[in-house]
Design a protein around this ligand. Sequence first.
Ligand SMILES: C[S@@+](CC[C@H](N)C(=O)[O-])C[C@H]1O[C@@H](n2cnc3c(N)ncnc32)[C@H](O)[C@@H]1O
Length: 380
Amino acid sequence: MPSPTAEEHPHHEKLTQYLREEITTAGGEISFDRFMELALYAPGLGYYTSGKPKFGKQGDFITAPELGPLFARCLARPCQSLLAELGGGDILEAGAGSGVLAADLLLELESLDHLPQRYFILELSADLRARQTETIKRQAPHLFERMGWLTKLPGNFRGLVLANELLDAMPVTRFKVTETDINELYVGWENEHFVWREKPAGVSVRVRVEPLELAAGYISEINLRAEAWVRSIADVLKQGAMLLIDYGFPHAEFYHPQRARGTLMCHYKHHAHDDPLRLVGLQDITTHVDFSALAEAGTGAGFTLAGYTSQAAFLLDCGLEQIMAASDPDDIRTHMELTRQIKKLTLPHEMGELYKVIAFGRNMREPLPGFTLQDRRGRL
Ligand SMILES: C[S@@+](CC[C@H](N)C(=O)[O-])C[C@H]1O[C@@H](n2cnc3c(N)ncnc32)[C@H](O)[C@@H]1O
């Protein structure tokens, strides 16, 4: 694993100090959920809120939209279908990273003659909002007037809500099953290091963990914020759909007896490890998504579960093959580049199988493209 550079140290130290003060004020420890929230989103200091490069080769990890425009071109199909059925409507992308998906999607929808009336981005990080503005101004300046940035959800919304790798970046509650009890994991400070602490879990965690009947020693996560977020979208989405793309599994796989250390991962300069108490502010902290929990949250809040499938099946159903077929094989460079993106997005050992797409609908007649090739709703 690469060591932090001299330029990275001051940022790491500042956030460490900020977290230590929070721990002291709280009486010696803070919940892991709060630790993760500050490590990622403390204003100006967190991993996502400081100016550090995150995405792509210069950063720590790569996401589907960062690979190239193919992902966005496929996503344009369900957008087009939905906007056509509504006879208009807006797109709201949550957690838009560098803004490249917004730019590529708008350009593709323009070529399909199905631009949304407005394209809103809901983004927590002020630094990323600035980068997204730059990306759109650079890549699709003539469409910039359609853009709008939000820091909270609108009162009501008609159209498509979209998020790629948003929920995996939300702070989670971490728990540990002991011989006699269920504990929640906390973080303290001892001998100049962050250390794990445990306390008996509260009711909201207990009611979720007890039925799982997990063995003593089992550690995992519950993403209560992701579930609350899905419910909050259900409150405002009056007509339309929501597409969420992320890595994860249904409940039974998420809490599989063999997954006894949970799903939490950290990424630093393309190296992955599982210790979130190191390199604070410099590394991404992420967990997989429990798609059954999302489905339950969404349907409980009045959404219809409109689809659930692997990313590979979704993209193939959204016209991946047609896009490939339309590319000129004599243009070797473009053809090779397209092949590279297709492999990365769809091969089972790359993003094709671990990444899933879940769709929720409200007051829609037509099924969304993307889910006819393989319907996995029954597995949730
Ligand atoms: C892992 S990045 C994914 C970025 C982008 N969607 C992509 O695929 O490249 C997570 C993004 O979600 C944002 N984010 C996290 N929690 C959020 C929330 N509650 N509301 C809006 N944005 C959020 C982060 O600031 C960041 O832009």
